[in-house]
Write a protein that binds this ligand. Structure first.
Ligand code: AMO
Length: 432
């Protein structure tokens, strides 16, 4: 019976089979120690039989093996047990030696080297751990939204018009017609509010980001949601809070090994995440820093970092909502603040110095969409399929999108989002 490395300690005195990769081979004179790595962890195998000692000693690390032997207690072995009197079957031998010492606990390779060699580098427990956290985050997101009555949808990634802004969109040829890679499921998720009332999506989005930063990718995973019958953006913020809280809880539950290995300090998600209006945030920055951002249409990254430090100081929270961004900086579907129409019913959620979520209330009347497009000098023609939803009756609604890689990067305090992205796509990187 094949068992996992983590189950070996439950079988002391029995014969078991484990399968995995030779993580480390240490040949002494009369015994060879081999550490086998499987999806669950590591287990030590000890060979004392002379033929096997010799054979194991020359196997290269990353050889794929199946080991059958007796489980023996040994306080010195990792996990307190080891497999003795083993029979070792080689399933596959590496064609080349690994460029990394995967068994060394500290990763000394630089990011580009890791990315160039991702197929093997990500086998390192520390480099793989962020992706375990990522998987748990998505599971938590789904759990939260399923519980709240949302339906998961899958929308097209090749589309006929830009959704966020025409500037950073990848164009491609679609049977002789111009098409784009979707920057967001924005139009489709709104349309689906007319069908399901509450929807969410986990999927790739594409941004032709011309700048090379530690927080921008050209393809990332967007956790989107949209819900109908909201009073305003605050109802959407309440959903964001629940989703993030469930994501953090699910990481603790499903990826405790990764959390421990990376020393991740999981944040408390306050019952009530502190919130500040954009205009008040600018006043605060003008009053308390050397800069005066008043009149600027958006917050600079340095301002976001300062505001996060402020929220931690003043409210003990690693999360901060900034609400009411100026209408002129937001996409045409944004709902204005009825009291102060130059500001919008929108928000960003900042986490540990970085924008993590954008969302808000949307326009919902067909006539408002036509007016908003006209005010921006845009023809309704390219948006016909989207506008049909509003022509046929849509409730007041809103939604948000959370960048998965950014979330995991801030959680693990990675200095670059590429440490938490599988095969990142950016200005320079299209392979592997
Ligand atoms: P926005 O464009 O702000 O909003 O994106 C939402 C969230 O996605 C993440 N993000 C990125 N992550 C990595 N690389 C990038 N280039 C990148 N750009 C954005 C951020 C950001 O907060 N349709 C709206 C959402 C909505 O209103 O529902 C939208 O896409 O974490």
């Amino acid at each position: 019976m094949r068992i996992l490395s983590s189950q070996v300690s439950e079988h002391v005195g029995e014969e078991v089979t484990v399968a995995g990769w030779l993580h480390r081979v240490r040949a002494l004179k009369s015994v060879t120690f081999a550490i086998v790595r499987d999806r669950d962890g590591l287990v030590q195998v000890v060979a004392a039989e002379p033929e096997l000692v010799k054979r194991l000693a020359v196997l290269t690390e990353e050889t794929v093996v199946e080991v059958t032997g007796t489980v023996t207690a040994n306080q010195q072995a990792p996990g307190g047990v080891e497999i003795t009197s083993p029979a070792v079957r080689e399933l596959s031998e590496p064609a080349v030696a690994s460029p990394f010492d995967l068994y060394r606990p500290v990763v000394s390779a630089a990011l580009p080297t890791v990315l160039d060699n991702a197929a093997v580098a990500l086998r390192h427990p520390r480099l793989r751990a962020p992706f375990e956290i990522s998987a748990a985050s998505v599971a938590g997101y789904r759990r939260a939204l399923d519980r709240l009555g949302f339906t998961e949808v899958h929308t097209p990634k090749v589309v006929s018009s830009a959704t966020e802004s025409g500037a950073n969109v990848f164009a491609l040829d679609w049977f002789g017609r111009k098409a784009y890679l979707a920057q967001s499921p924005q139009f489709y998720k709104q349309t689906m509010v007319g069908v399901f009332e509450r929807v969410y999506e986990v999927g790739p989005v594409f941004r032709a980001e011309p700048h090379d930063t530690a927080r921008h990718l050209a393809q990332y995973t967007s956790l989107d949601a949209e819900l109908g019958f909201v009073a305003d953006h605050r109802d959407v913020m309440a959903v964001v809070r629940q989703a993030v809280a469930e994501m953090v809880a699910t990481i603790a539950e499903r990826a405790p090994g990764a959390v421990e290995l990376l020393g991740v300090k999981l944040p408390d998600v306050p019952e009530e995440i502190p919130s500040i209006h954009f205009a008040d945030a600018q006043e605060l920055l003008a009053r308390e820093t050397d800069e005066d951002p008043r009149g600027e249409p958006d917050l600079a990254p340095a301002h976001e970092r300062w505001l996060c430090d402020w929220a931690l100081r003043e409210h003990g929270s690693q999360f901060l909502f900034v609400t009411g961004y100026p209408m002129r900086k937001r996409p045409f579907y944004t709902h204005p603040d009825p009291e102060r129409p130059e500001f919008s019913n929108s928000f960003d959620l900042l986490f540990r110095g970085l924008e993590l979520v954008t969302g808000g209330q949307r326009l919902h009347r067909h006539s408002d969409y036509l007016a908003a497009l006209e005010a921006r000098g845009e023809s309704p023609e390219p948006y016909a399929g989207y506008l049909a939803a509003f022509a046929h009756g849509m409730p007041p609604h809103g939604g948000f999108a959370l960048g998965l890689e950014r979330f995991v990067a801030r959680l693990t305090e990675a200095d670059n989002i590429r440490w938490t992205t599988l095969f990142p796509r950016d200005l320079h990187r299209l392979a592997p």
